[in-house]
Design a protein around this ligand. Structure first.
Ligand SMILES: O=C([O-])C(=O)C[C@H](O)[C@@H](O)C(=O)[O-]
Ligand SMILES: [Mg+2]
Length: 440
């Protein structure tokens, strides 16, 4: 499809697009692949218009995303900042290195987000640009991003505590920032962490990242959470690490306390089998990650809740589109999160505020990120983020912070610039390789 050039509106022509890769401190959080590295890459996108409005976006910062972002940034200059359809068309035209697209069916290990494809890469990059354009447009028009998306249906968005098994610190001798969360390697540690989340942020629902320890240990941790937080919504997400048999057994053992079980087994056919054999709702951010994956999953009853993520669905407008499809099929919507900063938290809060059928608290890694590029951190009150009416996303860039985190990226020898949880694990366990699936 060709996209006609839009007639220029006074001041709304994009004159500059700046890309700043950064490395952000990340605690030693465990998942089924390994452990988070001490620093994680993110890309900060700034779009500037002729009239002086500026907008911020954020997306994955690994090299394969940077390789796509650079040509896209050049092509956006001269476009109208409201011409969001052009962003999608322009990114479609950017070639993806076949090595970055992943082999057919290969899993995206740096983010546990299902299969890796060139289109998913493109959409993740486009999402950061779309958000930056919406922020700039909001500033130009004096309107909040939620208004540009049709207006909010709620004033605040509920988030869930995202609990992780974790080491107390990154391995000795590895440059890292200390954190004050302590270790969590057993049920007591998980409950202690959950109490900290509840005291610090007021979260009332809890998701535990599983797939780390044998299922019985994780069942014990969820039981301990249920005892500590009676009747509060709980979720467990082993990122597809279990067989169908194990998934069914865990579902039976925890069916009375889980709000949903997230990606117990890998792939739509396995999820459909688990769903058919248990009564517990299944959620996913792994087997439904693109529009093309929706039909087989929904028609086979494989998932009851989709965890949308504006990064990999291609932006805020695509998130709304996904929510509409879910509504049509009677499938619930929640939100997934990978390591991210405040720009993305603001973006997801704005779109979440506009989605009428969002009936579950959203995930967010933000509490794990002590560092940010904003002048003011976004706060959670009673587990919620308020979605205000200030222009754009309502956030402001702290240039000194941005420069410091970019300096860290420049100084890195390349090891932290691409997320690799298995490599980080090998520092502690030299023989570690990504476990084959099903792990249990
Ligand atoms: O819900 C999920 O699957 C995730 O958040 C995936 C992430 O990669 C998470 O497991 C992590 O950061 O370790
Ligand atoms: Mg998940």
């Amino acid at each position: 499809m060709t996209h006609p050039a839009q007639s220029a509106q006074p001041g709304l022509t994009i004159t500059d697009v700046r890309l700043t890769p950064v490395l952000v401190a990340d605690p030693p959080l465990l998942n089924t692949q390994g452990v988070h590295q001490p620093y994680t890459p993110r890309l900060i996108i700034e779009v500037v218009t002729e009239g002086g409005a500026a907008g911020l976006g954020e997306t994955y910062g690994d090299s394969k995303y940077l390789a796509l972002a650079e040509p896209l940034a050049r092509r956006l200059v001269g476009r109208q900042v409201y011409d969001l359809n052009a962003v999608m068309a322009l990114v479609d035209a950017v070639a993806v290195d076949p090595d970055d697209a992943g082999a057919a069916g290969a899993l995206d290990v740096g983010g546990l987000r299902g299969v890796q494809t060139a289109d998913k890469l493109r959409l993740s990059v486009a999402s950061g640009f779309e958000v930056a354009c919406l922020d700039a447009l909001g500033h130009a028009l004096g309107l909040p991003v939620h208004a540009l998306l049709g207006g909010k249906v709620r004033d605040s968005v509920e988030y869930s505590a995202y609990l992780f098994y974790k080491y107390g610190a990154h391995p000795e001798g590895v440059p890292a920032q200390p954190d004050d969360w302590g270790p969590a390697l057993d049920p007591e540690g998980v409950v202690r962490q959950a109490r900290m989340f509840s005291e610090r942020y007021g979260f009332t629902s809890f998701k535990l990242k599983g797939g780390v320890f044998p299922p019985d240990e994780e069942i014990a941790a969820v039981r301990a959470l249920a005892a500590a937080f009676p009747r509060q919504p709980l979720r467990l997400d082993p990122n597809g690490a279990w067989s169908v048999e194990t998934s069914v057994r865990v579902a039976e053992e925890l069916g009375d306390v889980l709000e949903y079980l997230e990606d117990p087994a890998l792939g739509t056919p396995a999820m459909a089998e688990v769903a058919a054999r248990t009564g517990i709702p299944l959620a996913t951010n792994m087997c439904v990650t693109t529009f093309g994956e929706i039909a087989p999953a929904f028609t086979s009853g494989a998932v009851q809740v989709v965890l949308s993520d504006h990064h990999y669905w291609g932006g805020l407008r695509n998130t709304q589109k996904l929510a509409s499809v879910c509504e049509t099929f009677g499938v619930g919507v929640s939100m997934h999160s990978n390591t991210h900063l405040g720009i993305s938290l603001a973006a997801m809060s704005h779109v979440a505020a506009t989605v009428p059928n969002l009936h579950h608290a959203c995930d967010s890694h933000y509490p794990w990120q002590a560092e940010d590029v904003l002048t003011e951190r976004i706060t959670f009150k009673d587990g919620r983020v308020t979605v205000g009416d200030a222009p754009g996303l309502g956030v402001e860039l702290d240039r000194e912070r941005l420069a410091a985190l970019h300096r860290r990226w420049l100084d890195d020898d390349g090891r932290m610039r691409d997320r690799d949880d298995a490599a980080a694990m090998r520092v502690t366990e030299p023989g570690w390789t990504t476990p084959s699936v099903p792990r249990w």
